[in-house]
Design a protein around this ligand. Sequence first.
Ligand SMILES: Nc1nc2c(ncn2[C@@H]2O[C@H](COP(=O)(O)OP(=O)(O)OP(=O)(O)O)[C@@H](O)[C@H]2O)c(=O)[nH]1
Length: 350
Amino acid sequence: MRTFWPRLKDDFQLSIITLVGLLAVVGVSPYAVFRLGEGSWLVGATDTFLVVSTLLAVVYAWRTGDTIRPGQFLALIYSTGAFLVSAKLGANGLFWMYVLILFNFFVVPPLQSLIATMSTLVAICVYGWLHPERVFESHYQMASFVVTCLLSGLFAFVFAHRARVQRRLLARQATIDPLTGIGNRRTMDAELDIAMADSKRYGIDFGLLVLDLDYFKQINDRFGHGIGDQVLVDFVDCVREVCRPSDRLFRLGGEEFVLLVPKADLNSLKAIAEHIQQRVRTQLLRPDGAPVTASIGGSLLRGHADRDGWLKHADECMYDAKRAGRDQTVIRPLAPNRAVAATEGPDYHQ
Ligand SMILES: Nc1nc2c(ncn2[C@@H]2O[C@H](COP(=O)(O)OP(=O)(O)OP(=O)(O)O)[C@@H](O)[C@H]2O)c(=O)[nH]1
């Protein structure tokens, strides 16, 4: 229950599927009971099937976190339901088509929705054409139905497409650093939590490097903010060239970065840090030709109870590297002043 509201709030698709489940119970169940009561077995059974299937899709989405397949399933069964209801009830059932148009655009991507909606429209029209006066009372009514459905579908498509683009943009802005294109602090927090869970569950060792450019303020002050920005972008390129595809780089803020390294030990962390420093020192030059350097602090996940404690420890190591003269690496097991156990390895100062 503790995760119910946050999940509902954060996952748009899940909230829509849940709403559909609620509406199916509240809005379709009475119809099912009424139709079964008056002896309309096909429509009653269709409504009952819709309610039960919807509830199953809602449960599946909540249990697995997958909202794509339940969405497609719901679009399929509701489209079929709309066809059956129209075929059985005639003009009175056609109104459900407008609900279906909106519904489909909510639960599946715009193109899939367009296909599902248009297929249903074509199926109803073909059935209506082959069975005169069973669905449509006249050709004029059929033409009006087609035109109004097409217009509703078009508006829904444009709206759904725009909303989708905006949602993607918002999600990107919330997780990506706009200057360098790497994950921001929010993304890092989420990935560190996943790393901690993986470490517990699968026993994978994770290493963390905090990388901070040295005397970066001088670069800004002497050469301007634009050059400073370019140095940050080039620094990210340098680090990416050195690390493996499985390593994850984030911008913590300003000129401070974090590299998450799976399957790491003290030796491999030290090797990566030195490799990065060497690459930055030789490839990243200021406009006056002086090398740009970075101080690096590192820590292994071992023994850290929480994400912030792990990060703080690596950050403290980075400040020790600054104090040791900059362009240095300090990688240390958890307790700085504790006698280092043989399995943990020694402190490393480059
Ligand atoms: N160009 C640019 N500068 C930034 C950005 N974010 C933070 N800064 C600057 O980064 C500088 C950081 O300065 P300090 O914290 O004093 O660090 P430093 O000069 O690198 O000194 P040390 O870290 O002690 O070596 C400040 O001048 C900030 O204005 C950014 O996105 N672009």
